[in-house]
Design a protein around this ligand. Structure first.
Ligand SMILES: Cc1cc2nc3c(=O)[nH]c(=O)nc-3n(C[C@H](O)[C@H](O)[C@H](O)COP(=O)(O)OP(=O)(O)OC[C@H]3O[C@@H](n4cnc5c(N)ncnc54)[C@H](O)[C@@H]3O)c2cc1C
Length: 336
């Protein structure tokens, strides 16, 4: 681990100034040359430093900035929370549990209770992939500026089954699966001001830019995450399958948000987590559900459609069956 300065930023403006002034000379990041050094809970950041993937010159802690840990809910406006809201805060919120059950389920099944207490939502969306070749000092993979993807030719049982051609690492955030299903947005604040993006446009597939996982620049901070209001007709569910019940990332997770008119589905959003380098919408499967009564036959058709185009690697063919089963169960639970 290298030596670095540690500073508690008193405000977003000062955090941005500090990020700016440290670029580029005080900061070396081996992976992509970016200079993002803000620290939230530290559960991923400190791993990256210890693993030698990241060598910051300065860590700028966001913990003391007032207001970043606020969560608010309004029936008309929806849910809004700051980046320092923890996964545990989402899990404990009565409003999240009642109005956004898929997000509650994603929060309740992530990591461990101890990690959920430390892990913030800003950090969760910005965490780096868990691919063992990326995390290993001995493998200079494409994500770190190299020319080889070791996962494509090596051990790839936990990797992508979609968008596998450049780097098949999966996006590590299982909370993002639910947030994208609810059509969430993220607010980024940088030296030029604020911009708001749908989360579906925030994450970057590796065939667009292999060295990073989202469109945030080195000098932007996530300052808000927003979910639209839910309707009385909204039904949602989320299921995560891991190798073990706790202390692990997902092997596959699915979030489904339906708009129901009685038994008939008016609209649907289906998102797969740990299937691709981004949380992956399955629009073709959504089309199968729209305008139909949800029954076993329709669910079966949607599951078949959702897996069309999958290109599993040598050791992760099981994920095709896993996702079919997870999707069927998630739609059934949501619709009931
Ligand atoms: C054993 C284990 C199991 C886990 N299982 C799961 C799981 O099942 N599902 C899941 O989703 N996650 C899982 N995680 C990951 C965990 O949720 C993340 O490590 C955590 O959410 C990161 O948040 P943090 O506050 O600790 O971020 P930090 O470690 O402080 O930061 C992570 C990254 O985000 C950047 N960052 C932080 N805040 C901001 C901000 N506001 N704006 C811009 N950049 C920012 C940092 O610079 C850094 O690059 C697991 C972690 C562990 C250790």
């Amino acid at each position: 681990m290298n030596r670095f300065e540690y500073i508690k930023a008193p405000s977003i403006a000062e955090a941005l100034d500090m990020m700016d002034s440290t670029v580029p000379e005080a900061m070396v990041q081996k992976t992509d040359g970016s200079a993002r050094v803000v620290k939230a809970g530290g559960t991923d950041l400190l791993d990256l430093i210890k693993e030698g993937i990241l060598e910051p010159g300065r860590l700028i802690d966001l913990k003391n900035i007032p207001g970043l840990d606020k969560l608010s809910f309004d029936k008309e406006k929806g849910l809004q929370f700051g980046p320092m809201v923890t996964i545990a805060d989402l899990e404990k919120s009565k409003e999240v549990k009642q109005h956004y059950p898929a997000l509650y389920q994603a929060a309740a099944h992530a990591a461990t209770p101890q990690i959920r207490n430390m892990a913030t939502m800003g950090g969760n969306l910005m965490q780096r992939p868990r691919c063992w070749y990326f995390r290993s000092n001995g493998h200079h993979c494409r994500k770190k500026g190299g020319t080889t993807c070791f996962a494509q030719i090596g051990q790839n049982q936990f990797h992508s089954i979609f968008l596998t051609n450049v780097c098949p690492c999966v996006h590590p955030s299982s909370l993002a699966t639910a947030l994208v299903a609810y059509d969430g947005k993220v607010e980024l604040t940088g030296p030029e001001g604020k911009r708001v993006l749908p989360l579906s446009e925030f994450f970057t597939p590796s065939n667009v830019d292999v060295t990073c996982e989202n469109v945030a620049t080195n000098q932007e901070i996530i300052t808000n995450i927003m979910l639209p209001p839910v309707q009385d007709s909204t039904r949602a569910h989320y299921i995560k399958q891991g190798q073990r019940e706790s202390y692990d990332w997902s092997m596959g997770d699915v979030a489904v948000v339906l708009q129901m008119d009685g038994k008939k589905c008016r609209d649907a959003r289906i998102v797969f987590g740990a299937a691709a380098p981004i949380p992956l919408r399955r629009e073709s499967a959504e089309e199968v559900l729209k305008g139909k009564s949800i029954n076993e036959k329709v669910i079966e058709q949607a599951a078949e459609k959702a897996l069309e185009g999958a290109t599993p690697l040598a050791y992760n063919g099981y994920k095709v069956h896993l996702f079919k089963t997870l999707l069927k169960r998630t739609i059934m639970e949501a619709a009931s």
